[in-house]
Design a protein around this ligand. Structure first.
Ligand code: BDR
Ligand code: CA
Length: 317
């Protein structure tokens, strides 16, 4: 199996991602680190532990990370993810405690200890990852790839042009992009398209298996489109799609393109500027006085393939 570490802000769809990672036989989930984003970091830790317990993965280490972005104050997305940050499903408090080390320390330890290079999957603002890369740059020697949910080629969600995870901590995202390891950007352009049909959501909700049932309840909290019949809305996989892309990269169409984050104050802050021009000559790239990082940007996704993969994996407990 592929050694994977998820850095998340659980989060309805981060929870969907965790459930999938725990259950997919091709993924060895070695640790989960938490960062402020959808809700405050203590809420993220609690939600993450709850989900892992429900999924039967109680022994995966979980660590608390950054409480706020590198530069700006924290801004939560409770309006999207409920007051508890995870859909207000009334889940019990977790029995387990987080690790007694912080997220950056756990990331370093688990990355360097892994016998095979680790795939890092951030599904949240990139604060922990930026702190890791700046504090312990030696970790890059044992990172296979970073597959992050964030950014957008076309339209944003937090602002007209910026996606939430990048917008929440643009400086951290800029540090990630220049990490010098292979990077896949699983941005809004594909993120918003992977949607589970309402009938499948209903089937999951009716399951007697706790993890599958939780996936159904979470999907029901992520209506992707208004339901014409008033029941069984389709549910977006969200962050879980990025983990599907690790388990089954062939379902994603990517292009190796220059990407830069706008750090300017004002309406473009947090935008990922993806250069899709026919490959400019060297002179043009260098002409602007900097070399944007080249990233494998997801431009298309096989929706049916990832929905099938998700349902088979999560329901197969
Ligand atoms: C991202 O923001 C969060 O609300 C979701 O969990 C996802 O990671 C989408 O912009
Ligand atoms: Ca998230």
């Amino acid at each position: 199996p592929i050694p994977v570490i998820i850095d998340c802000d659980t989060g309805v769809d981060d929870a969907l991602a965790l459930l999938f990672a725990v259950r997919h036989p091709g993924i060895d989930l070695r640790a989960v680190t938490c960062v402020a984003g959808n809700t405050d970091v203590d809420g993220v830790v609690r939600n993450t532990l709850t989900v892992l317990e429900r999924a039967g993965a109680g022994d995966v280490p979980v660590a608390r990370g950054a409480e706020r972005p590198l530069i700006e104050a924290a801004r939560s997305a409770r309006h999207v993810h409920g007051t508890d940050g995870m859909g207000d499903l009334g889940l019990p408090a977790p029995a387990r405690r987080p690790a007694d080390v912080d997220a950056v320390t756990l990331l370093r330890r688990e990355i360097l200890a892994s016998p095979r290079p680790v795939t890092l999957v951030p599904t949240a603002p990139l604060t922990n990852i930026a702190l890791l890369l700046r504090t312990h740059p030696e970790v890059t020697r044992n990172i296979e790839r970073i597959v992050f949910m964030g950014g957008a080629v076309a339209t944003g969600n937090a602002t007209p042009v910026a996606e939430f995870n990048v917008w929440h901590d643009p400086e951290a995202a800029a540090i990630l992009l220049t990490a010098g390891v292979p990077i896949t950007m699983y941005g809004l352009d594909v993120f918003q398209r992977v949607v589970v049909p309402g009938a499948d959501v209903r089937r999951l909700r009716a399951s007697t298996e706790p993890g599958a049932r939780l996936a159904g309840d979470l999907l029901a909290h992520r209506p992707a489109a208004p339901d014409p019949d008033g029941d069984d809305p389709d549910g977006g996989l969200g962050d879980a799609g990025a983990v599907c892309a690790v388990a089954d990269p062939a379902g994603l169409t990517t292009r190796h393109l220059p990407v830069e984050v706008s750090l300017a104050p004002g309406p473009t802050r947090g935008q990922t500027v993806v250069d899709r021009r026919p490959r400019p000559g060297e002179a043009e790239i260098h002409g602007v006085g900097r070399e944007p990082a080249l990233v494998d940007v997801a431009l298309d996704v096989d929706v049916a393939r990832y929905v099938k993969l998700y349902l088979e994996t999560v329901a197969a407990a």
